[in-house]
Design a protein around this ligand. Structure first.
Ligand code: FES
Ligand code: FES
Length: 155
């Protein structure tokens, strides 16, 4: 039995220690905002926050993050500046990559508050979007960065 803290709640999960976090979150806990893409840590669509840091849930075991704070897209508040900016800039197209894209953006904007647009582009480059939303991603990140700066940051 594993104990995971997800989106502010503690869950007991019957899973083997080797089970990737992705499958525990999706199949056992029902957080289907966590998407499966490549399964080998290359695309970023399965990204979640672990203690505030963007991590690829397909390549880490659920066992290894027991006791840490896991946040999926479902746990990011609706009024979070990044979510709000995504809506303002109408970022998604098909939407499949967007939960991972948003959570990576939250990490980047929180950990690099003075990031330039170039810094943001570099930090987001390895989250793959087959719909080509990166230009709107960067516009939304610039918008969110301004709001987070004004509020002293946001988690
Ligand atoms: S599904 Fe995890 S990085 Fe692609
Ligand atoms: S919005 Fe379709 S893959 Fe990114």
């Amino acid at each position: 039995m594993l104990t995971l803290k997800v989106n502010g709640k503690t869950h007991k999960v019957d899973a083997s220690k080797e089970t990737p976090l992705l499958w525990v979150l999706r199949d056992q806990l029902g957080f289907t905002g966590v998407k499966y893409g490549c399964g080998i840590g290359e695309c970023g669509t399965c990204t979640v926050l672990i203690d505030g840091k963007a991590e690829r849930s397909c390549t880490i075991t659920a066992d290894s993050v027991q006791g840490q704070e896991i946040v999926t897209i479902e746990g990011l508040p609706a009024d979070h500046p990044v979510k709000q900016a995504w809506i303002s800039e109408q970022v998604p197209q098909c939407g499949y990559c967007q939960p991972g894209m948003i959570l990576q953006a939250v990490d980047v904007l929180t950990s690099q508050p003075g990031a330039s647009k170039g810094d943001m582009a570099q930090a987001m480059d390895d989250v793959i979007c087959r719909c080509g939303t990166h230009p709107r991603v960067l516009s939304a990140m610039e918008l969110a960065a301004g709001k987070m700066k004004g509020s002293g940051g946001a988690s």
